[in-house]
Ligand binder design. Sequence first.
Ligand SMILES: [Ca+2]
Length: 254
Amino acid sequence: MNDGNGPPARRRSGGIGLVAAVGGTAVLLAGALIAAGMLLSSAGPDADAGENGSRTGLGTPVVGAWPAPSAQDQASATASAPGTPSSRSAGPTATASPAGPAAPAPAPELTLADPGPTGAPAPPGSNGANLARGKAVTSSSQQGAHWAAANAVDGDPASRWASQAADPQWLTVDLGSVYTVERVTLSWESARATQYAIRVSADGAQWTVAQAVSDSDGGVDEVRFAAVSARYVQMYGTARASSYGYSLYEFEVR
Ligand SMILES: [Ca+2]
């Protein structure tokens, strides 16, 4: 960089000195040279060189207008120009890729439940508490306002959710964050499923069947399955025991 900038700067200041020393008689010569230089630079094949050369050439007369120094300027400019963008573009990719894997670092407190299947520490378990109690809940339908989905997670054994009489129907609890879960308890009303699946999801969009149940006899079903990380837990009913819908007094997750 220093080597490249040196020679053109010296040459330009030399040109100014020459013009100043010779005085008025040099003006005509300078004018002719400027005109010639502008012709050369404007006629030059590369437009960038012409722009740079003429701008510096007008400020410092005579020599700066010649193509030779402007070509050097351009060479040093184009040499430094690609260097900056390429180092800039290398920066983000270099910093972005390490930021990705480093980001997910949740507290590794309760790894007892499930240390094996993935390398990441398992999310906290329920410690026996009903994780669904009072959480946000949605359903495919409800029989009416009296049978809202929230009734299945209110802890009241008398209140219940009831769906409309069709297949399939579902009830989904959002646990609020990701937990390690391994058990769901369903307290059925007489309007119940014979076939359903307990499905789990991290985002409420992509579902995995934790356990399929094909022969439920109603009452209280305690469904156990391999410990899994989930934020959303769902009863997905596909067959009913009667002409009524699906109805749950309580839906508990542990
Ligand atoms: Ca209830």
